[in-house]
Write a protein that binds this ligand. Structure first.
Ligand code: ZN
Length: 402
């Protein structure tokens, strides 16, 4: 019988092996982010255990970033890195235990279905071939990885570029939240579907700005929450610097140059088994008009997507109590626009559970695609009150700038 090995030296890999000597007591420990203490994400390859009953024990899980995330959690497992399924776990308040028997010699285990850097680059390449897309290099991350902006609008629409609404969607500030990038892929893929009238109508009236991978270093290094400097990007929005958080600095500069009429920031939540949004009710510039637009968006999403709900979510911020270091609050406040953090579950959607897959990449893609209708519902009401917003320059040298 071959000996069992566990490795994680690959894109997004992360685990510490404590003991491999007994297949019935394989002991593991989460590896924290590279420069910060957050531990929750894991991704490793287990070889040499085909047909063997295994018991994995993840130790000290009470010291992880979100211990409640281990209750009713199923580990994501794949034999081919394409199809991922869930294996039930048991959590006793300290140790997470997983028992399973691999069908093949090679098995991949992760906190959630990964979204690789190569897939990201493939997707950017696919988008760049579309007449309605222009890719723009905003700059690079701390470790030199590209931060790519996808600008998407109809190249045949008669609506002047300056008059089109500026819709922004960013994803994966928190690199362990791979569902966010799956959702961004689904969103863009639908926008580029020429047979989808909703996509085409939106592209005539809006310019979409999509940054599908905000934290490329953290994603490749297998971090949960931070970039390579240990910065939680979603706490950097008030005063980002090119040294500590260039990822936020570059995107924010572009937003200030282009303007924002609607903003979505895609995330995953470790604990709550639901899809939900958090809005801007706590920001200083919040108005009744802002609240009404948020409500239109939520009602339209509820009416068109059974995976979305408003019963479960984060407690609402009291007026004036929002944390303006966060992307949604800073953007909604600065541009006085509808801005939502979209949260998807690491576990499953308890309202529509799937015992085989849990919440996964494909379902996240479908949720991302479903954002088009609530956007359509508010598109006529979206209006930035920024007085000095430059017109969108879509075509490089043929730019209309006023
Ligand atoms: Zn997040």
């Amino acid at each position: 019988m071959p000996s069992i090995s566990i490795t994680s030296q690959f894109d997004a890999g992360a685990i510490d092996v404590v003991s491999l000597s007994d297949p019935q007591d394989i002991q593991l420990r989460l590896r924290p982010d590279i420069a910060a203490p957050f531990a929750q994400w894991f991704y490793f390859r287990l070889q040499g255990a085909r047909g063997q009953a295994l018991r994995l024990r993840f130790l000290d899980m009470d010291k992880s970033a979100y211990p409640a995330g281990w209750q009713n959690y199923g580990m994501a497992v794949s034999h081919d890195r394409q199809d991922w399924f869930r294996v039930p776990t048991r959590y006793d308040g300290s140790t997470l235990q997983v028992e399973f028997t691999p069908d093949s010699n090679d098995v991949w285990c992760a906190y959630f279905e990964p979204y690789s850097h190569e897939r990201h680059l493939d997707f950017i390449g696919y988008c760049g071939n579309d007449d309605d897309v222009e890719t723009e290099a905003l700059g690079v991350s701390v470790e030199g990885r590209d931060l790519t902006l996808l600008k998407i609008t109809s190249h045949t629409s008669e609506v002047p570029l300056a008059a089109r609404k500026k819709v922004w969607l960013i994803a994966r500030q928190h690199p362990g939240e791979s569902m966010a990038e799956w959702a961004a892929e689904g969103f863009v893929e639908r926008l580029l579907d020429k047979s989808d009238s909703l996509s085409q109508a939106l592209l005539e009236q809006c310019v979409f700005h999509v940054v599908p991978r905000m934290n490329p270093d953290g994603a490749v290094r297998g971090n949960l929450r931070t970039n390579i400097n240990g910065a939680d990007l979603n706490r950097e929005w008030e005063n980002p610097t090119p040294e500590r958080s260039p990822e936020v600095f570059l995107v924010r500069e572009k937003m200030l140059a282009v303007g924002v009429d609607l903003f979505i920031d895609a995330h995953g939540d470790e604990t709550l088994p639901y899809n939900f949004v958090a809005g801007c009710e706590g920001v200083p510039n919040y108005t009744k008009r802002h609240a009404a637009q948020e409500e239109v968006f939520k009602q339209a999403w509820l009416a068109s997507c059974p995976d979305f709900q408003t019963e479960y979510g984060y407690p609402k911020n009291a007026p004036g109590q929002a944390n303006l270091k966060m992307a949604t609050a800073w953007t909604g406040n600065h541009f006085r626009c509808v801005a939502f953090t979209v949260e998807m579950p690491f576990k499953d959607n308890a309202a529509r559970p799937d015992a085989v897959t849990g919440w996964n990449g494909e379902r996240s893609k479908a949720l991302g695609a479903s954002l088009l209708f609530p956007m359509w519902a508010v598109v006529g009401q979206m209006r930035s009150e920024m007085p000095d917003v430059r017109a969108f320059a879509f075509d490089g040298d043929a730019a209309e700038v006023n």
